[in-house]
Design a protein around this ligand. Sequence first.
Ligand code: SAM
Length: 349
Amino acid sequence: MNDRAYGLISKLERTHSLSLEEYEYLITSRTEDTARLLAEKAVSARKSIYGNTVYIRGLIEIGNVCKNDCFYCGIRRSNKNCQRYRLTADEILQCCCNGYQLGFRTFVLQGGEDDYFSDELLCNLISKIKSLYPQCAITLSLGEKSRESYKRLFDAGADRYLLRHETADSEHYSMLHPSSLTLESRMRCLYDLRDIGYQVGCGFMVGSPYQSAAHIAKDLKFIEEFKPDMCGVGPFIPHHDTPFASKAAGTLELTCFLLSIIRLIHPPVLLPSTTALGTIDPIGREKGILAGANVVMPNLSPGAVRKKYMLYDNKASDGAESAQCKDTLVRRMASIGYEVVCTRGDIIR
Ligand code: SAM
């Protein structure tokens, strides 16, 4: 291994910080050896906080109607081939009930940006879930909203909010989104969420179109500075009905490399081994955990709508990706030495 890369990995482990140029160097000079060393150090950092436990969250995809037109996303407004759906409040409550019985203690409500899910509807739903399952955490992932809306949902009982920043470079941001969406607004949302009191998650796609190592270095710097409670990082995978249909997918190798770096930047971070990772490789979830991730989010949505929440081609929703197959997931995690725990799974600082 070259001395500089070795030195940078030690520095990252010790100080949890590198310069933009150093992050970029680590990425562009990466080899199997540097990836192995980073993963070893990431796993040891995670083990010292979380032992050999993996947290699970039940993901409920509440609807795929979206007013946005992100160039990468299969549920973008302009995709006329997407079969739209919205779950009713009762259907969502039924998912929580199923999830609770299966042992889930965090429910993640994710969906497109859809005004049908008004503050009033969401607040009623959140208070209902909280009154039925007071020991469970509620995570929302419903995109950009006003500070007032975020506050109302928080006051109704929501605990966490996932909003990937997608890229920390504004020019790159404008290559992935229409001009109505800006990095400035995304950042405003993330800081509002933090300020209101949510546990906040940011994140980005690995290998998104036009992404360079310099862009990723900026993402890492942002994570270093923002210190998110959660960080969603998965490979970009093209969807055939989007402007990025013919773009290449991100790789498992670079995603795992970055998961290890992020663990070392912010050791307590809740880091999912994403569905996208499980989609590009049959044992992608396990590989993500072995690179430093500590969360998995199997799907709790009703079977009838799972195939409709197609963010990218072939998105996995069966087997270990399905909450109903939790036993399979538990076995697979046990096979690599990890124990799935049924708790709220809060960050340990
Ligand atoms: N509307 C909410 C939002 O924008 O945060 C939540 C749903 S959105 C579809 C969830 C995440 O899916 C996005 O943050 C994006 O990073 C990811 N995603 C969308 N299209 C993708 C693709 N083609 N490949 C991989 N991930 C994708």
